[in-house]
Ligand binder design. Sequence first.
Ligand code: AMP
Length: 210
Amino acid sequence: MNLILLGAPGAGKGTQAEIISDRLQIPTISTGNIIREALKSGTEMGLKAKAFMEAGQLVPDEVVIGIIKERLAKDDCQKGFILDGFPRTIPQAEALDKMGIVIDKVIDIEVKDEAIVKRMSGRRVCEKCGASYHMEYKKPAVDGVCDRCAGTLVQRKDDHPDTVNARLEVYHKETEPLKDYYAKQEKLSVVEGQATIEDTTALILKAVEA
Ligand code: AMP
């Protein structure tokens, strides 16, 4: 099963991707996490992406397309994968098609902008493994510590309010047209993402199994 999770930043793609990935036993590929890793290790790609990311802008298509091409060629993707945060533009979606990657389903998680802004301010991520938490909706067992790897939980720079607004603007302009793109291919399922994490997971699994 080759899946794409679509939705605004903060719609819960990362959290849902982790859960669905466990259930279906297929890897999640998050371009955001790959770029943050590259930034941490100071690679050339990380340095190129830094300014775009911190300003809430998209990293250029050719950079992220290169990342995805390399990642999808690895063995663990052969029986399926979940894309979280890719594609984010029409040229990125076209690049997947050109690579001959067949996408089975695209799940769009819908959350209103006001709720997104509220969510993002409470979001924390593990510095070490990238797992995501929320100070209200998905608390770790121990404050500030990752349940999975005991890493420190931090607020992403791009989750600060000004940057969140910039990211939402970019989402509506560049990413939202993908809904139409995949609706035309009859692959799109729209899922309500404002209820609990469990409710959203149930809706996603239902859409995946349909
Ligand atoms: P995310 O963790 O998915 O919200 O991604 C964080 C940031 O990484 C985004 O705001 C972009 O700057 C960059 N990024 C991640 N994925 C992509 C993508 N597919 N296209 C362009 N930029 C991306």
